[in-house]
Structure formats: C-alpha cells, structure tokens
Design a protein around this ligand. Structure first.
Ligand SMILES: [Zn+2]
Ligand SMILES: [Zn+2]
Length: 419
C-alpha cells in the first residue's frame, strides 16, 4: 500500500517552489534594506522554552505542540513559533554584548502546530519573522511595522490594512484585568467553557474568543487603552506618530490582544483582502518581559511573524502573479551517435559559462525533443546533426521568434551570451 503525506502538511513541487523562492528572496532583500540579519535556530527545542516563552495558558502550549520524549528522556518540542527560540539564542550567545545594538534578526523556517487543518493553516507551516531586541525606542516599533508593510507592498499585495493596539505592561495590565474580570464576572455563566476557565487565568484572551455569545458579552468591556500607564500611554502615542510620519495608515483596535502571553505595549496585525474574507497576513508586537523570562537580563524586544503559506494564498486570491523565471537558456538536440558525444561536451561548456542548458536522455525522436524544449521554456534549441558535425557548426533555433541560424562552434558561447 502506498504511504501518504501526513495530514496538515504539504509537498511544494517544482512549478510552485519558484513562488516560494521568490517570496523568500523578497523577505531577505527587505531585511537587508532594514539591516536585519538572518538567524537559524534548531527545529526542536526543550519543551520548557515554549512553556516559559509562549505561556502555559496559551492555546499553542496547552493544545497544539508536537511534544515527545527523546531517547535521552528529555521532553522535546518541535518549535510552534520563532520568537522564543531567537530569544533563547540571543541570551545563550550573549548577543546583548555585541558592539552593534540593538540586535536586529530575521528567520525563515518551518513551525509546527497540531491544529485542525484548513485553508492557510497547516500543521507544518513556514514563518518569516523579525526580532529587534535591546531598544525601547517607539521608532523601532514603527520600523518593524514598516518592514512588514514594505515586504507585502513589494510583493504587490493590495488593500493592506494595519491595526494596532497597546496591550499595556505589568503595571497597567493588572488594573485593566481587574476591570475586565469585574465586567465579565456578572455574566460568567453565559461565557463559553473555554472562556469560563480563562476568566481567572487569562481574561484578556476572552476578548479574542470567536464564540458569538462571548463576543457580544465583551462588546462593552473596558478597553486596555483607557488604563494605559504613564509609560505605556506616551509610548503608544509615539508609535502612532512615527507611523503618521512615514504615511502608513492604521486603525486602532483596542480589542486586539494577540494569541501569545508575552506581548507588552505595541501589538499589531496586518490584514488583507484574502481567500474568501479579510485575512490576517502578519502579526506582531513588543515583548518587553520575554528576555528576562527566558533567563536573560531585562531587555526590551519587538517583532512580527507571518506565514508564507498564507501570504501565497492571499497573493493568489488577489490574482497577483509573481515574476518568477522558469525558463531554460538552451536545449540541445543531437542527431546521431557522434553528434550525441559532441553535445555532451557543448553542454558542459555552456554550463561552465553560466548558461542553463539541458538535453534529451530518453533517446526520443527529433519532434519529441522539440516538444520537451518547449515544455522547459527553452529560449534556444541547439541542433547538431551529421552535416553540422562535419562543418563544426550548430543550428541555433530561437524559440521566441522561430528564426534559425548557423553558428560556428567556436562562436557559440559568445553568440548565446550576446542574446
Ligand atoms: Zn503600562
Ligand atoms: Zn468564549
């Protein structure tokens, strides 16, 4: 019996992989523009990292992690997100001691969450994310947001919509929390089961609940922005001011809490007209307590993450075609055994000069070989038969305009390169 791919995972095949490569290249180039450097951390980490770094009461840690005991009896987890691991590496490698500060990093790689698979939500998915650690300057909040916006604008995504909020800090969040609990306690029995248990542990998450009843109960709930402290309020004002200056439009959404516990102050989401409805295509925020929580010094940080699968689906649903190059420069056709040997040498020379080239390996007839050249998107077909062999020439067929010309073997490379 054939073995199938696990649920919630996907193969990226040739034809589609070029889109991935294009998006990854855009991500790297955008990060280069903003002076963020790539970091690569392991795909698995100690489970404790995510319990401490993502939060014990989050859906991710409670329900969605791929956790197993390895042969050395350690609890290991496939990373469900990127920030905790980057911060772990920042602390472990003492990056706070680098002479260049703040530390500006980005990553691209697979993440794993045991979720119900649906469009744009896979159990293995690929995230592109950035982290700026070591600065509390609200200008860097705006920079991180601008980077995400630039990335999508360069891909051609239309109708981007930015929502921002401040989720406060250890000083003002408990005050808001009390107001929220007070407001919701009156209707405790009407909350969904998840939210009943959230009420004492993590009431902020109730604002995020998708249950219609919960939504209506939180409609008049107090907003965090009403309770921001003397640090958080001006920080939020300054972030908005910087966004205004670089003309990035936004809406303040005081209900946005984000799914992760470690966020403080700035939180943001970028939405776009997507597959079927408005889709969140990027989420991020400030996490000033996280470095300390993971065992480092008290260092502020901010970042975002986005799913490349979702970005691709959104681009597709907006009808945006990415300018990927799938052409081949030359396809060689040999007629006869001697010519066959000659094309092997030519093939090698072409490739040595940076010309992408291929030939037939299935002993097909001339007509079938021409068809293959067409399928590969070959710009030129080079034909070598007995006559050409004798005269030391090659027939060069231009597949775009159909024209055909004889080129001396000694001139072939410079001829192709000049085209
Ligand atoms: Zn505060
Ligand atoms: Zn609920």
């Amino acid at each position: 019996m054939a073995i199938n791919i696990p649920r919630g995972t996907a193969d990226v095949l040739p034809g589609e992989v070029e889109l991935w490569q294009y998006i990854e290249k855009q991500a790297r180039e955008t990060c280069k523009l903003f002076n963020y450097r790539e970091i690569r951390t392991p795909i698995f980490e100690h489970t404790e990292l995510f319990q401490r770094g993502v939060g014990e009461t989050t859906d991710i840690v409670e329900k969605e992690m791929y956790t197993f005991i390895d042969k050395g009896d350690r609890s290991i987890t496939l990373r469900p997100e990127g920030t905790a691991a980057v911060v772990r590496s920042y602390v472990e490698n003492k990056m706070y001691g680098d002479p260049v500060q703040p530390t500006k990093l980005f990553y691209i790689g697979p993440m794993f969450r045991y979720e119900r698979p649906q469009a744009g939500r896979m159990r293995q998915f690929t995230q592109f994310g950035v982290e700026a650690i070591g600065s509390n300057d609200p200008a860097i909040d705006a920079e991180v947001i601008a980077l995400a916006m630039r990335f999508y604008t360069n891909l051609g995504l239309k109708e981007l919509h930015l929502e921002i909020n401040s989720v406060g800090c250890q000083v003002c969040r408990p005050i808001h929390r009390e107001h929220l609990i007070q407001h919701l306690a009156e209707h405790k029995d009407e909350l969904c089961d998840d939210c009943k248990s959230r009420l004492d542990r993590n009431p902020l998450r109730i604002l995020d609940c998708k249950n219609e009843k919960c939504k209506s109960l939180t409609k008049d709930a107090p907003n965090i922005t009403e309770h921001l402290c003397e640090n958080c309020a001006p920080q939020f004002e300054a972030v908005k001011g910087y966004l205004d200056q670089v003309q990035i439009p936004y809406t303040v959404n005081p209900r946005m809490v984000r799914g992760l516990d470690y966020y403080t102050q700035t939180a943001f989401e970028i939405m776009a007209e997507g597959f079927g409805s408005i889709t969140t295509v990027c989420g991020g925020g400030r996490y000033n307590g996280l470095v300390e929580q993971i065992g480092g010094n008290d260092m502020p940080g901010i970042g975002f993450a986005l799913s490349i699968e979702r970005a691709l689906l959104t681009l597709k649903s907006q009808g945006i075609e990415l300018p990927v190059d799938t052409t081949l420069d030359c396809y060689l056709i040999a007629l006869g055994e001697e010519a066959e040997k000659k094309t092997t040498v030519l093939l090698d020379q072409l490739r040595a000069h940076g010309i992408a080239a291929d030939k037939d390996y299935l002993s097909r007839k001339m007509k079938a070989q021409l068809k293959a050249a067409d399928r590969y998107g070959a710009r030129f077909v080079l034909i070598v038969g007995e006559d050409e062999l004798k005269n030391n020439v090659v027939i060069v067929k231009n597949m775009q305009d159909g024209s055909q010309t004889e080129v001396a073997v000694s001139e072939l490379i410079s001829y192709i390169l000049a085209q």
